[in-house]
Design a protein around this ligand. Sequence first.
Ligand code: ARG
Length: 578
Amino acid sequence: MQDKGENYRMINFKDIIADEISKITNIEQKEIEGYIEVPNNAENGDYAFPCFKLAKSMKKAPQIIANRIKEKLEIDENIISKIDVVNGYINFYINNETLVKDVCKEIDDKKEKYGSSDEGKNQNIIVEYSAPNIAKEFHIGHLRTTVIGACFYNIFKYLGYNTTGINHLGDYGTQFGKIIEGYKRWGNEYNLDENPIEKLTEIYIRINELCKEDESVLEACRDNFKKLEDKDPYCVELWTKFKNLSLKEFNKTYDILGIKFDSTKGEAFYADKTQEVIDILKKNGKLEESQGAMIVDLSDKDMPPCIVCKSNGSSIYATRDLSAILYRARTYDFDKCIYVVSDEQKLYFKQIFEVAKYLDLDKKYTDGLVHVSYGMTRLATGKMSTREGNVIKVNDLLNEAISRVLDIINEKNPDMENKEENAKKIGIGAVIFNNLCNTLAKEQIFDWNNVLNFNGETGPYIQYIYVRTKSVLEKAGYEPEIEEIDFAKLEDKESINVLKTIYKFNETLRAVIEKYEPSILARYLIELAQNYSNFYNENKIICDDKKVQDARIFLTKAVGEVLKTGAKLLGMEMPDKM
Ligand code: ARG
């Protein structure tokens, strides 16, 4: 049996079918379950078992196998109301009355916790996301990891995993030697209280220019970094100042997005802990010298070598990551450590995950390392880019989303209450949804026309349907108790479609974390919103038949609740008006 945790009580139709077939065929339940499909066309049932999967081992034609299994199947009619065989498939039709009752009762019982479970209760999950670099702009790529990572974080938690969210800040590296040098020289020319990141970037560009002209300046920069490593008070003071100024800016972004981390231990935290990595690799005979640097050869894995420290002994990005793996294994005893980082670092993560295998860690840890990569974001128009070309400030983008929505509201619904607050929820929700609605691997194209389209497959559309459920409830003026519901009144096609979609909520969440694909939830919410919209268009909710009305109001409430919960797991909030 697939374990959804103790607090998950809904009937698992798929499980029951798999169990039965497993008993008949003597094939393991899990294997059978893996074969069961959900037909694209509901006319072919709710679940289908493709018998050609067994044709080889059973040495019979799929059609014959299908008929034999069907004859022996003994599933209660209250669970599966009809079974037929078509082209070697066994099609199962679930009992709608049971489904309706089951879904309604569960949702009434669990309310805003509907779809949650405790299946992950003994597992420790780390989700590492965001990780911007201090003294550099928080760019649109960082926005993407932030939103994706937060979504995984929310869902793992919702499914009962013990989850830790880490922001692995890029707060270390030789570039700080340079920024310190620049600041020493020209610090008084810049007011860092205003747009600190922009100013620090300017200083960085300026000192880089100078370094190209004058070797002695470069020397001074290197010296600063060495001093920083040796904890020279002045260098540490400046570095701390840059870090705090940057964090203040980053926190503005996190605040607008409503994102928090459990830990913000960044690269600097590991800077003085990398010796252990070097020592273990050396002891295991994995360290080689190459052109003055220390490397781990990975040619047997068809990869370029991983450089783990420089000729002068300084740690680098990779060493700090390896050190972080040791630290996280010990501190969090993780079952999975998930890195949400763009596909530009695909090879890099493959390399360090390989090298991690030489660190004497339990296999559990090295098996648990996962790089979830995503495609970069491109702009449909060059309009939002700044002088440099491609650096868009995320805070500007988020504020622009809010002000664009506010313009729309002012035009269409100027008397709306809580205008600003709703505009924020809609604008930010739109940007978040846009980051999650396509498969991660795909390059993302950012286009305001798509992002804010209230009728498209967008965040605002989901919010719009949610607000509609709210206004239906408001108009009704009451909410029926579950005991009063006559479930038979929800057996029209549209109602069943809505309820079947609601039924799939938990398995949708599971699929997101199994496949590392938030778009599965985003698409699900679109499907639910569209199904409700069809239901709404086809049926009168407030009507003469009180029994029908009660049932439809109940369904409306259920849809609102699932939309809200699902959106929240994506990271979106719901407006109260639209
Ligand atoms: N700071 C890096 C960047 O902006 C991302 C860090 C990713 N995480 C890691 N553990 N290396 O590119």
